[in-house]
Design a protein around this ligand. Sequence first.
Ligand code: GLY
Ligand code: MN
Ligand code: MN
Length: 483
Amino acid sequence: MRLRDFVIVATLLATTPAFAQETDLPDDYLTPAFHAGRRDSLRQLMPANSVAIVWAYPTRNFSNDVDYVYHQNPDLYYFTGYKEPHSLFLLFKEPQTAADGSTYKELLFVQKRNAQAEQWTGKRLGVEGAKQKLGLTHVYNGEDFKNTAIDFSKFEKIILDRLPTDIANSLYDNADLYDLIQQLKEKAQITDNYAQDKRFSTALFRQYTGQLREIKTAEELVLLRKAVEISCQGQAEVMKAVRPDMSEREAQGLHEFVHKKYGAEHVGYPSIVGAGNNGCVLHYQENEKLHVENRMVLMDVGAEYHGYTADVTRTVPANGKFTPEQKAIYELVYEAQEAAFKLCKEGTTWQELDKVSRGVIADGLLKLGIISKKEEANKYYPHGLGHHIGLDVHDRNASTKLKKGMVITIEPGIYIPENSPCDKKWWTIAVRIEDDLLIREKDYELLSWAAPRKISEIEKLVAEKSPLDNFTLPKLQSAKKGF
Ligand code: GLY
Ligand code: MN
Ligand code: MN
């Protein structure tokens, strides 16, 4: 049935019983105390007489009346734990006084409960659920925002992200994100050139959320460690299962099956599984090659567990044996990664890390005769060394130096596409090795330890048996032509 039918049916059904979902759920979600702590920390950073405003990500259309699986704005999730669309959160530096004399310091506007809608798209927390589950005290339905009296003119700073400009306005909902943003613009007198108005600051929003989110708390690390370990188990299972006749998509499916088996909700970014030349496309997403053949397979796949995403890449020979050329390139990338690892501790800058890894790769490519001048190395190593991970795969950050509690990737790579100006024996070799590290005061913890990275370990694992070796499906009958 289509969602469009719902509009018709919903008008016919006067009373549908509230839809109850099963309650066999994980018990390791972030706690209300965690989110409250994050809100307090944001408040401490904010200047006197200011308000911070965060809204949900819009829903996105996938096909006709079907939407993509919804993903919350990580900032809203971080500060509240609320995972539904069409919501708005305001956090005040100083307590505010309502018309009835009571005070509040935060307001959350949520999707209203709606039995018919919930039968189609699942349970909503609603006002009472959000109070109970998230521990917030001042929660209202989105439709109440319109009549909530907030005098925005008295604030010296209104701290907010860049306003979304491409949200659909649903005909069936008078308190969807579009309406909430329109009402916010009217109430706070946000004009089209708000970026030039000093009362509004998107820079402070990015700075504060960066400062907070770049340092992981103990609670966040539990989830991030798990997301990374799950991803590594996915890598290890695919290493065992990979064979030259496997397709890129099958390998992707096995990664994602392992993620799901361990309870991960999503992938943190579209899975990248590229054999041979396809590995040279840095964010290759088609994963369409039917047989990986005797190629190197570059697999950059990260599980998202309760919002936190890993980012792990392994590159393996599908037939279980590195050729001398593949080995030479792999060892160079490995060496560049090891050199960067050694510097991973408090105080190191990304420039220092980048310089050392780029130096190793440039020297190595020169020695192998793939380039004739060091400056040419970037042609084969065309991306940065790494980034923060967390609620976003390319996570928010604010500092230039590494600090204890940051979680970063270190991911050098060498990509030699077909027809490159070097001996053709190197063509189609693409290697990226990407690991996730927790920065400590004097060193780091390798979070992605569970995915083998040494050549000998990889060759050993590919030679192992896999449960998929004996997994067959019936031959499809649908190849018959015509009527
Ligand atoms: N998976 C995307 C990246 O490595 O940055
Ligand atoms: Mn990455
Ligand atoms: Mn990656």
